[in-house]
Design a protein. Structure first.
Length: 260
């Protein structure tokens, strides 16, 4: 065990990267050294960690020298390009993107649900979709107690799940809508203010990409493909925090009192 870790955050200037940085400080994680990595557009910017000013470095394949632990959340394409290099150089990577979630040899881990799977990593641990995570935390005790036959879930996902820029665009759109001005469209292909939208590409199965993620990730995390999962995901004009409605059919009877 290390007394401290040499840490790198990939995508440090994004909404998730900033949250990762804040949590490392809030939880007094034993950071010995810290690299903040982002695209060339953000290189040279300054972020603060524990009162120290740290300059953003451009992410390259040479960024992972002398790094023990990488937290990555810069998009799937970035992860696919750079994360294998970090693993090759000996770092343990926690990847928050969709790039590696469904790889058979890469564990998909929710700590409160299947932490044992993390022990089987080969330098890379994938983090599930945000909506899958909160559903799994709620359902795992029920699954362990009586089994689950079927899940019907509807999610109402905030714009923060899209990006920090999407949050800013919702602020702008809301102001424009209230003032009767034309709606600015940048991060969204449609008006998001005062609207509910399917914000993901639909596939040949009739499910959108987000819904497929919830189905496949549930099966992998619980190691149980027999569970029927029906998911409907929509984006709602809320800045932060996803909500879900979940209906569960269990294999054995479970009373409300027992569930609580």
């Amino acid at each position: 065990m290390h007394e401290s870790y040499r840490v790198a955050i990939v995508g440090a200037t994004g909404a998730v990267g900033n949250t990762m940085l804040g949590l490392l400080e809030e939880r007094t994680f034993p950071v010995g050294s810290l690299k903040l990595l982002a695209s060339h557009r953000s290189a040279g910017e300054i972020l603060t960690f524990k009162g120290a000013h740290i300059e953003i470095e451009e992410l390259t394949h040479d960024s992972f020298e002398d790094v023990d632990l990488v937290f990555s959340s810069a998009g799937a394409s970035v992860s696919r390009e750079f994360i294998p290099t970090a693993v090759e150089k000996g770092a343990l990577v926690i990847d928050n993107t969709s790039a590696f979630r469904m790889h058979d040899d890469i564990p998909l881990v929710v700590p409160e649900v299947n932490m044992d799977a993390a022990q089987k990593h080969n330098g890379l641990i994938a983090n599930p979709n945000c909506s899958t995570i909160q559903m799994m935390v709620a359902l795992k005790p029920i699954y362990d107690a009586v089994g689950i036959k079927r899940i019907v879930v509807s999610t109402y996902q905030s714009v923060s799940g899209k990006s920090g820029q999407a949050v800013n665009e919702l602020v702008l759109q809301t102001t424009e809508a209230l003032e009767g001005k034309p709606i600015t469209l940048d991060r969204f292909p449609h008006q998001m203010a005062f609207n509910v939208a399917f914000d993901w590409t639909f596939t040949d199965s009739g499910d959108n990409e987000e819904e497929l993620k919830m189905i496949k990730e549930t099966h992998k995390i619980l190691s149980d493909d027999s569970i029927g999962v029906s998911a409907t995901t929509v984006r709602v004009p809320v800045f932060f925090a996803h909500s879900e409605y979940i209906k569960v059919e269990t294999k054995k009877k479970l009373t409300q009192a027992e569930a609580l």
